[in-house]
Design a protein around this ligand. Sequence first.
Ligand SMILES: Cc1cc2nc3c(=O)[nH]c(=O)nc-3n(C[C@H](O)[C@H](O)[C@H](O)COP(=O)(O)OP(=O)(O)OC[C@H]3O[C@@H](n4cnc5c(N)ncnc54)[C@H](O)[C@@H]3O)c2cc1C
Length: 596
Amino acid sequence: MPYRSPVADILFSLSAIADLPALLGQGLLGDLDWDAVSSVIAEAGRFATEKIAPLNRIGDLKGASYENGVVTTPPGFADVYRQWSEAGWNGVSAPAEFGGMGLPHLVNVACTEIWNGASMGFALCPLLTEGAIGALKAYGSPELLGAYLPPMVSGRWTGTMNLTEPQAGSDLNAVKTRAERAEDGSYRLFGQKIFITHGEHDLAENIVHLVLARLPGAAPGTRGLSLFLAPKFIVNADGSLGARNDLRCAGIEHKLGIHASPTCVMVYGDSDGAKAWLVGEENRGLAAMFVMMNAARLAVGTQGVAIGDRAYQRALTYARERRQGRGPKGSDGMAAIIEHPDVQRMLMTMKANVQAARGICHVTGVSLDLADHARDEAERTAAANRAALLTPIAKAFSTDIGDETTSIGVQVHGGMGFIEETGAAQDMRDSRIAAIYEGANGIHAIDLVQRKLPLAGGETVNTEIAGIRAVARDVAARGGAGFGATAARLNEAADALEKTTRMMQSWLGGDQNSALSGASHYLRLFGLTLGGACLAKAGLAAEALAANGDRHELGRVGLARFFAEKVAVAAPGLAQAIASGGGAFEAYEAILAESA
Ligand SMILES: Cc1cc2nc3c(=O)[nH]c(=O)nc-3n(C[C@H](O)[C@H](O)[C@H](O)COP(=O)(O)OP(=O)(O)OC[C@H]3O[C@@H](n4cnc5c(N)ncnc54)[C@H](O)[C@@H]3O)c2cc1C
């Protein structure tokens, strides 16, 4: 099945769910207009469909390879990466002063989905580079910006994120990599990082590593971490590349999926130490790294959407072609499996979940733009808080959806789904990492409950719930019969979300165990409710178009109904699971004992 970037669906979501045209109409994003945004996204879709998507299979089969410190990407990757960066795609949202297109975050979110849908293994390298550009832009000295940003924005150099060490995964308190001050004002790094995406490769001339490390005498824990920039090749004063730095890739991992993306063990300081420069202030490294991590979290959320859409497209094609059993319509002979209601259930679940998750990523993206560009300070702060609230949901809900959707995709294919040739298995394998890296999803659920619910004294989450209720009211007031019980189910989900939000807030003051044990259920409940509102908004927009004579989008009304009546109905059950608190965990030692 030839994969096609879902350009029309993305544009509809940007318009109907994230209200991008209205934002552009207010002039908040300069003189950019909707036509220009549409052309950029259509062109990205064309490039991804024609050039990147054909690499996906070979990337899986050949994978990246390692020999004597050298990493070679699969055939075709370097050539397409060169074409992609020469076309300017690496700098979609990067500042124009450093050679980027300076487009809104939301357009970048759309493009990130497009690249990842075509091939996650290809798109990961730019995803990290983009995050590194953001961290440098926010915290780098003028000298670092001048030397590093232009080649990173153009894609000639790529970026990496070096947090993880064997003993420091979710818990960065345990980072041991050591930094020493050098006499010339630079630093030297010593230590080992693991799982570093594209830590070494043959796509670009230089690799810019952003590394968390600890200075002598620094406080224990994350308060003692500083962020450093360590290039693979030292950059001369005139911008040319000099000597190889004292850092190397000691090997790459053999993985379940994303075989094209080298996951590297990086060794810093075999001899005199890897030469590095401070980004931001000493001992304030985590704050700088958070800029990169936040950008990457939303981007990884879009990976879930992207791979889910890819799996849906594949399953739909197969379900139309594969014939088994008599159709319920009583047709003679074998029916295409799409005629069976259970297969329809699978396909509609895939599509509805993916579009709900896309909507959540898009409202998160537009909040980032409003945080930068809204007219007054209060609006900017509210938008920044909204982005902070929604980022863990965008990351964890969307990547869980990616896993579920790719798994259903295998199921739609029957036995052929288990056979590698169909590609459904690769989608499932590639998808699996997104719920793990950039903070495992369980950690994001805890972040949502512990750090995001208290934002603005609870006002941020209250506003979000009020927004969901407003959509339910709109559906009740002006939605057509095609919406079925959407308004009622959405209201029930909002009730469940509101009730559990209050519960979580009260537990945060004392019963941490109940709050922590319910966090993942709570994040899911939030995602389902917000996702339902996103789809309902899209359905209302489709009805408005139909009222003006364009009936092409009316399927979105049915999709919103399906999600509300068949998927989001899990919300009250999740609320019950949360309400029972930590009691069900009390006996965990006995339950998990060997003999139980
Ligand atoms: C392919 C790949 C690419 C990667 N790329 C990068 C990269 O570019 N840069 C980088 O720095 N790292 C990278 N990583 C590392 C990745 O971010 C970590 O694997 C991830 O953060 C989880 O850490 P861990 O593997 O040590 O798991 P652990 O921290 O050991 O967690 C294991 C499980 O325990 C749970 N858990 C742990 N602590 C808690 C807690 N306090 N409360 C509740 N649950 C908890 C987790 O949710 C998880 O389910 C990559 C990993 C892989 C596999």
